[in-house]
Design a protein around this ligand. Structure first.
Ligand code: DNO
Length: 348
């Protein structure tokens, strides 16, 4: 298991120096952030991240994310051009030593939350999700102020994009995903870069948009779309875990044994009612997920991939990018590494 930490580049208030000071840290997870989806990343930008990381003795072997252009998800004619660009990015990243690319196939929106700074009893703040509140912000009928939305969309642009998805149900989305995978996996194989899809967060349909990376049956189907081990998963415990019908340790054991988990986001969440949840500190006692069982499942299936603590709370007066401050994620990393050491030693 290799411990990593997400870094948002030179503008991230969490510096590489701080990250390198976190015990047990092996590397960073990053991306070229100033290029729009569907454009080639310059070799200079990629080398710069790698060089910066190296200066702090951190590896740069995981990219999160290379975004998938909407035309690919929509299955439009123009998708081939964007797939060509995607392949070029895989080649460039592979040549620079990147081993895993995390991406998602969620129409229009990435993760969604109703509140990015919900104040907990102890004064810390967390990201939370309340279904009713999210639905009341339907972009077609309500305001656009939902936290986490891509603010580069205009209201009109967003509404017309949502309209384009009217003809795309989950079957079509699966077909478009297969088309994408079949095109890129040969390049991944050649350049030894593993693709790791991120589950839909939360794992259910929103605003009539299909979401397909949501549960065990759909993950089975996803993995069989292209049987190559280069077609794998980012197993995000908090995303899938928001639905209590998903048994996360069971999924980790199953897909781990198949060698299809390349990256793990180890987040804890507390389910508080149907389709409502709060993000919590990482330790098991604060959330609905058993982090020991999660790491034990990885250990038992011989996991050698990458893991990172996921969204943290804001604590000790820190302010910054919601979910991506320094302190709580650092505590999460060391907690996860502690469990790992205990499992390793007690298994001998
Ligand atoms: C949220 C992240 C996601 C993830 C993308 C991968 O904090 O886990 O935004 O990076 O879904 O493409």
């Amino acid at each position: 298991m290799k411990m990593t930490f997400r870094w948002y580049g030179e503008n991230d208030p969490v510096t590489l120096k701080y990250i390198s000071q976190i015990p047990t840290m092996d590397g960073i997870v990053s991306a070229v952030y100033d290029v729009a989806p569907g454009k080639v990343w310059s070799n200079e930008s990629i080398e710069k991240i790698k060089g910066n990381a190296k200066e702090h003795s951190l590896a740069f072997e995981v990219v999160e994310s290379v975004p998938v252009h909407e035309d690919i998800k929509l299955g439009k004619k123009t998708r081939d051009e964007y797939i060509k660009v995607y392949k070029e990015n895989i080649r460039r990243l592979g040549k620079a030593g990147v081993k895993v690319i995390c991406y998602n196939f969620m129409p229009v929106f990435d993760w969604l939350r109703s509140d990015l700074d919900y104040i907990n009893e102890d004064g810390s703040s967390s990201l939370i999700y309340r279904q009713e509140q999210v639905l009341s912000m339907n972009p077609k009928t309500g305001s656009l102020s939902l936290p986490g939305w891509d603010s580069s969309y205009t209201k009109e642009g967003l509404v017309s994009l949502l309209d384009e998805y009217k003809g795309v149900d989950s079957e079509a989305l699966f077909a478009n995903l297969k088309y994408f995978l079949d095109a890129i996996i040969p390049v991944c194989t050649e350049f030894d870069v593993k693709m790791a899809i991120h589950p839909d967060d939360p794992p259910w349909d929103i605003f009539g948009l299909p979401r397909i990376i949501t549960n065990e049956a759909n993950l089975d189907r996803f993995l069989s779309l292209n049987a190559s081990p280069y077609n794998g998963l980012t197993l995000c415990t908090g995303s899938l875990g928001a639905s209590d019908t998903n048994d996360i340790p069971k999924m980790l054991r199953k897909y781990g044994a198949m060698g299809r988990i390349h990256f793990v986001h180890a987040r804890n969440i507390k389910i508080c009612g149907e389709r409502n949840f709060n993000e919590t500190a990482h330790p098991s006692k604060y959330g609905s997920l058993d982090m020991y069982e999660i790491l034990k499942a990885l250990y038992d299936t011989g996991f050698t991939g990458y893991i990172r603590p996921d969204h943290g709370r804001m604590i000790w007066g820190e302010s910054g990018k919601p979910g991506y401050g320094l302190y709580d994620r650092a505590l999460g990393a060391v907690y996860l590494s502690g469990i790992w050491e205990a499992i390793q030693k007690s298994s001998k």
